[in-house]
Design a protein around this ligand. Structure first.
Ligand code: FAD
Ligand code: NAI
Length: 463
């Protein structure tokens, strides 16, 4: 007889583990199947958390080397210890994944270790055991997209997983793909001394980002020493004795060139991970990009089977997966679970950071929307000056008639923390004037947000 649960979640990442905890909180008997030796998924093990640990460590080093002298703080013989930096990263990952295991115990969730495959609509097999549930949730996440002709060995040609575990600083790191991963991990190794060249297929960085912000972002990265080859594709890679020789071609056609690297990071996007699930056997439909198809309430075409997180449509972000996990558990408990996809922030954790919520100016133009723009530079913000971090600006897009916030884009120090105010504002349907007339503590970076909101109607005070 199969062990019986109310809910079985397949995948212990931010989508899956949060869904499992919320379902348990709501009184359901829950199991979560995870094949990795630890819980937490891509995010905690090889994604968000380790990359942010390395971003912080490398930023600390970089600030000590280049930024502190301007504050009158001198350090002689600044150096770094890469194994120690990696050790710190591993400790942070270890504490986080153990934390999820503790939360599972606290909420009486059974962790079934192994690979789950569907046996029927209401049951899965893991190893030689069968488990049944009224509701089964697919939360199997994503994996990096391979690039034809550039074979990953996680040593000299790496994905993000290899790039967060390099044993030495490469002399020349070539990053294929100027998106989230390429720019974050490219920044880590640049700060630690690598020459970094980003090869991007399009003629701009991070295609989902507001264009004006992306241009400013590129300029700042160039200032930090990152080189870019935009409008360029990699068509082949040959391993040489000392590294890799890449063949590059202009995206729109033209003559090829070669570029030599010690290490190549392939970061051209991620794709839904459904391998081994046996979706065909139960008839779960997938879309043209291999993602599990769901309705507006996370239900697949097969009754009793649901899907959340990176494996379904939408931005591949941990907090999006978490929101979906909570909403689905609440729906399964008969409550009104809901995710507002118009209020999911996106943050690139470089320095300065880039953060956004809502529509980009390009999207508004394409929709033919009537909008107004307010901008404010950190150069005119007292706190940013005190910090010595004056690069960047806040850009607010509001409806021309109603003044309702449509999108906010920030490039600047701690932009990822600052964006929370704007996400809440959009959740509450706020106008630019609501932000402009809200008292913001002085002197804070957030005053730049207030001033940008004032600038929407032309009355910013400090510029
Ligand atoms: P995942 O976290 O991928 O978890 C899925 C889990 O399912 C995995 O542990 C996998 O082992 C397991 N699994 C798969 N198939 C089976 C099976 N058949 N049986 C059992 N288990 C299975 N997002 C952010 O919001 N902020 C960031 O700063 C950020 N940084 C990132 C940095 C990097 C380098 C990467 C790669 C990603 C980053 N992301 C970030 C994205 C984030 O990691 C994902 O959006 C998030 O992990 C998705 O959660 P998920 O639960 O859908 O899937
Ligand atoms: P991405 O989608 O962010 O960027 C991929 C880039 O590669 C794009 O700019 C694309 O135009 C380019 N590209 C595609 N094919 C190419 C080719 N053949 N040659 C050159 N360039 C090519 O994907 P990335 O960086 O791999 O990250 C995957 C996802 O992981 C992100 O989209 C994001 O959802 C998530 N992530 C989130 C982070 C965060 O929230 N801070 C950090 C890291 C990852």
């Amino acid at each position: 007889m199969a062990e019986q649960y109310d809910v079985i979640v397949i995948g212990g990442g931010p989508g899956g583990y949060v869904c499992a905890i919320r379902a348990a909180q709501l009184g359901m008997k829950v199991a979560c199947v995870e094949k990795r030796g630890t819980l937490g998924g891509t995010c905690l093990n090889v994604g968000c958390i380790p990359s942010k640990a390395l971003l912080q460590s490398s930023e600390n080093y970089h600030a000590l080397l280049h930024g502190f002298a301007a504050h009158g703080v001198m350090a002689k013989e600044v150096s770094f210890d890469l194994p120690k930096m990696m050790g710190h990263k591993d400790e942070v990952v270890g504490a986080n994944v153990k934390g999820v295991e503790f939360l599972f115990k606290k909420n009486k969730i059974t962790w079934i270790k192994g690979v789950a495959s569907f046996k029927s609509a209401g049951s899965v097999t893991v190893g030689d055991k069968e488990y049944a549930a009224k509701h089964i949730v697919i939360a199997t996440g994503s994996e990096s997209v391979p690039l034809q002709g550039v074979e990953v060995d996680e040593k000299s040609i790496v994905t993000s997983t290899g790039a967060i575990a390099l044993e030495s600083v490469p002399k020349h790191l070539v990053v294929i793909g100027g998106g989230y991963i390429g720019l974050e991990l490219g920044s880590v190794w640049r700060r630690l001394g690598a020459e970094v060249t980003v090869v991007e297929f399009l003629d701009r960085l991070v295609p989902t980002m507001d264009g004006e912000i992306a241009t400013a972002f590129q300029k700042i990265l160039v200032k930090s020493g990152v080189k870019f080859k935009l409008g360029t594709k990699v068509t082949g890679a040959v391993k040489t004795g000392s590294g890799v020789s890449l063949t590059l071609e202009p995206a729109k056609g033209g003559s090829a060139e070669t570029l030599d690297a010690d290490v190549v990071l392939v970061a051209i996007g991620r794709r839904a991970h459904t391998e081994a699930l046996g979706l065909d056997a139960v008839g779960v439909a997938i879309d043209e990009r291999g993602r599990v198809k769901t309705d507006g309430h996370f239900a697949t075409n097969i009754p009793g089977i649901y899907a959340i997180g990176d494996v379904i449509a939408g931005p591949m972000l941990a907090h999006k997966a978490e929101e979906e996990g909570v909403a689905l558990a609440e729906l399964l408990a008969g409550q009104a679970g809901h995710v507002n996809y118009g209020a999911i922030p996106g943050v690139v954790y470089t320095w300065p950071e880039v953060a956004s919520v809502g529509k980009t100016e390009e999207e508004l133009k394409a929709e033919g929307a009537a909008y107004k723009v307010g901008k404010f530079p950190f150069m005119a913000n007292g706190r940013a000056r005190a910090m010595g971090d004056t690069d960047g600006f806040v850009k607010i897009l509001a409806d021309r008639t109603t003044d309702k916030l449509l999108g906010v884009h920030i490039i600047g120090p701690d932009a990822g923390t600052m964006i929370a105010e704007l996400v809440l504002a959009i959740e509450f349907g706020a106008s630019a004037e609501d932000i402009a007339r809200t008292s913001h503590a002085h002197p804070t970076l957030n005053e730049a947000v207030k001033e940008a909101a004032m600038a929407v109607d032309g009355w910013a005070i400090h510029i």
